[in-house]
Design a protein around this ligand. Sequence first.
Ligand code: HXC
Length: 519
Amino acid sequence: MGFRTIEELCADLEAKRRSSLAGGGEEAVSKQKSKGKGTARERIAALLDPGSFVELDEFVTHRCNNFGLEERKIPGDGVVTGWGTIEGRKVFIYSQDFTVFGGSLGEKHADKICKVIDMAMQNGCPVIGINDSGGARIQEGTDALNGYGKIFRRNTLASGVIPQFSVIMGPTAGGAVYSPALTDYIFMVDKESVMHITGPEVIRAVTGESVTSEELGGAATHNTITGDAHFCAKDEAECFSQIRKVLSYLPLNNLDEAPLKATNDDPQRADIELRGIVPVNPNKGYDVHEVIRRVVDDGEFVEVQAGFAKNIVTGYAHIGNRPVGIVANNADVMAGCLDINASDKASRFVRHCDAFNIPIVTFVDVPGYLPGKEQEYGGIIRKGAKLLYAYSEASVPLITVIMRKAYGGAYLAMSSKSLGADAVFAWPQAEIAVMGAEGAASIVFKKEIEGDSDPSAKRLEKIDAYREEFANPYRAAERGYVDRVIMPEETRMVVCQALDAMESKREERPAKKHGVIPH
Ligand code: HXC
């Protein structure tokens, strides 16, 4: 009995590596492929820069002795972890391997995920998690639950420090959905991703409702109805390119600068067409995406939550080379009014931009909050307050362009001067007032209208008078609530100038542990 040769030892290592690379074996891999899904490693390779992935912990196995699991140890334990680069920038990553115990999460599987989140935090780099899992590994019992808890805590502590993306590429059931929900953005693939707390069978047993898995928690559902997801792709390849794109607007961490993007788009470029896009008649709709595209560099806009709460538009662009977050009321949907979902969507986006030092440009055309019992019972008070809170709390440069309507509380909520906007610009057709001319005239001149021999004619006359007097940007400009009234075509130029001027903005805030945001 002597020492083995180095060749023998290396061959042994080779064999061990092959065993880890094989995952759950050929049969399980071909089942995965037959569903049109990539394997855990293929997905990493497709997302990261070619050849950049460095794997960790490939020999980790579980230590569970329940239900015969001790006989089944697969190196890697159902999750592939490590680091690599995207556009040359370092990211940490984990990718669950459904071919190994259905990607289920046990103690050591969770430890591997925690390790990469810890490394991402220590090195100030984004972490991306590709989820494809049957949830808590049932055989591991409370060890599996404890593993989830440790991940949730790390997601929470990393929030606002490093960007965290969750990619759903298979099932995510039960409490397993909460790690994605704690991260910044959830990316889903149409007809492939599913997220729900309780599945269709449990729902049928408990409530009698009948629903398919796809209807309940598919990508379409979460990108349009619940708002739990932020991006929807037609396939895995499109999903990966969305992730790469979004990452290009973000810094690696909260102390880092977001990358600039070179452009030949002239910061002084005047777009005269903007005069015609927003109709002067406040009752007419238009697509605010058209305004955004004409103002930003090269017309490039990456929308976040494009399918949810379409009455408000959120997303990233560059203006004068700098990445910015855009928030815009969309008059084409519900006249652009604010409701519960729009408030939720916009406030979270504002907080995300603020956390990562991305200036926010807000385009305003808002008639107010959506009236109705459903909204009041649903908590529009606290949801509306959340938007006020998010803008008030934001210390990044805030630039506001009031294009048309800006009424009442909704005017205040949309990045108004009083909430801390650094530069507020208004177009000549802007109407900044407590409410619209029709409502205001009917209240203020009620007695005169009712006492007149022709109340309808009197009402119209008073509406016109009110509109002439108050439905304009100049009352607000007289007080300094608007910094400048500008021609629509000057928008790109003045926003660029403001971004330049605010570049070194610093704001002191009172020291506190944290605020208590309305939810
Ligand atoms: C252990 C699991 C597993 C799990 C799947 N597998 N889920 N093993 N724990 N949670 C195993 C299966 O036994 C099977 O092993 C292999 O993975 C593939 O699973 P299939 O069922 O053959 O695949 P498919 O038909 O595609 O169905 C996928 C699935 C289904 C829909 C995910 O497996 C499923 O319903 N699993 C259970 C989901 C669940 O209830 N999880 C617990 C949720 S509660 P073999 O050896 O046969 O190949 C939870 C609490 C978390 O997660 C709380 C955190 C706070």
